[in-house]
Design a binder for this molecule. Sequence first.
Ligand SMILES: Nc1ncnc2c1ncn2[C@@H]1O[C@H](COP(=O)(O)OP(=O)(O)OP(=O)(O)O)[C@@H](O)[C@H]1O
Ligand SMILES: [Mg+2]
Length: 391
Amino acid sequence: MLALKILIVEDDNVSALLLKKALEKNHHEIMGIAATGEEALDIMEEVSVELVMMDINLGGELDGIKTTEIINEKFDIPVVYLTASSDEETLQKIAGTNPSAYVIKPFNIRELNMMIELAIFKDKKEKELQKLNNELEEKVRQRTADLNEANKGLKKALEKEREIGELKSKIVQNVSHGFKTPLTSILSSAQLLQIYSEKDHPMKGKLMKHSRKIENSVRNLNNLLTSVLFFGKADANKIDYKPSRFFTAAFFNEVIDVVKANNDKDVTLETSFQDVPKTLKSDTDLLYQVFENLLSNAVKYSKNKGKVLFSVAVKDDMMIAKIEDDGIGIPEKEQSQLFDRFFRAKNVGITEGSGLGLSIVKKCIEVLKGEITVESKAGKGSTFTVNIPIN
Ligand SMILES: Nc1ncnc2c1ncn2[C@@H]1O[C@H](COP(=O)(O)OP(=O)(O)OP(=O)(O)O)[C@@H](O)[C@H]1O
Ligand SMILES: [Mg+2]
């Protein structure tokens, strides 16, 4: 058994001496005997003590429990209580001070030793636990700090990415707008050239051919810019659903006229409208983009003298439209990429295009809260089906 430096706090002289003897017999060193709590605290300021044997009922201002509270706070060493009363109230008070053990008087030596050993063991374990706890807290603190640091870095990176994104879309918007004005003036000049060339001119044929070329190229460029501008807006989440009531026939006629005007392959465009009310409510800008793109694709990717069937039906607040062609079709392997930006299938040959039309369609359908599906077979044709809620 290890020898300890012990302070006895006991106001009954005889009991104190008996205890001293018993402890010394077990090789402990008695550092002093204090009759009051105050005296005990004074002694502990002077000499180092490893364990205190504390009587509960002391004479002075401080009883054993209050003295123990101060010792707990100031010295952090185990205290073993000596008590003559083991009533519930005393036990409660003792428990409140987290004693290491307590001995009920009168004690026998075996019991005393056991309690001292228990006290030291408990104190040791508590200190180990405290140390582990401190280490754990330190680890948690460190981890939290690391996480906060990582979070800050992430926030900064996101902010930077957002700034770059904004800058990019500003550049795209500005450059595209910048292109539009000169393109418009080139276009009108080309149209003028065509008008002049219709009058008698020795180079009439060439003038006509080249002015048509200019006009076509400018139209293509213009379409491309419109698409780029559209995506600038879409990426900034600035495409809103703006519904209005419109005349159904007038709307579809306009789309069909535009598509027909660009039909240079002698493709027949058949239409079928079933149960379509005179007026509908939806966002006509978005609808226009959807049908113009799908119909011009159907015509564009048709074979010469091909046939395109455009059917529209309205059923329970839902518009179901089908665009069917018997053209080149889309190879099965490539169909999953169909709505990706800039995607063009391998079988397009010399047919021109930027690969943006269908991604615009997809975005518009998304804003319209609709759905689009496609069925296609290479060499046979394609059918695009669109479902759009209307009100
Ligand atoms: N009806 C169709 N028949 C066959 N292939 C089609 C059809 N519609 C689309 N595709 C294929 O999907 C690709 C993407 O179509 P999308 O409309 O996005 O671009 P594009 O027509 O090439 O160019 P643009 O941006 O001028 O519309 C086309 O290049 C073509 O390969
Ligand atoms: Mg297209």
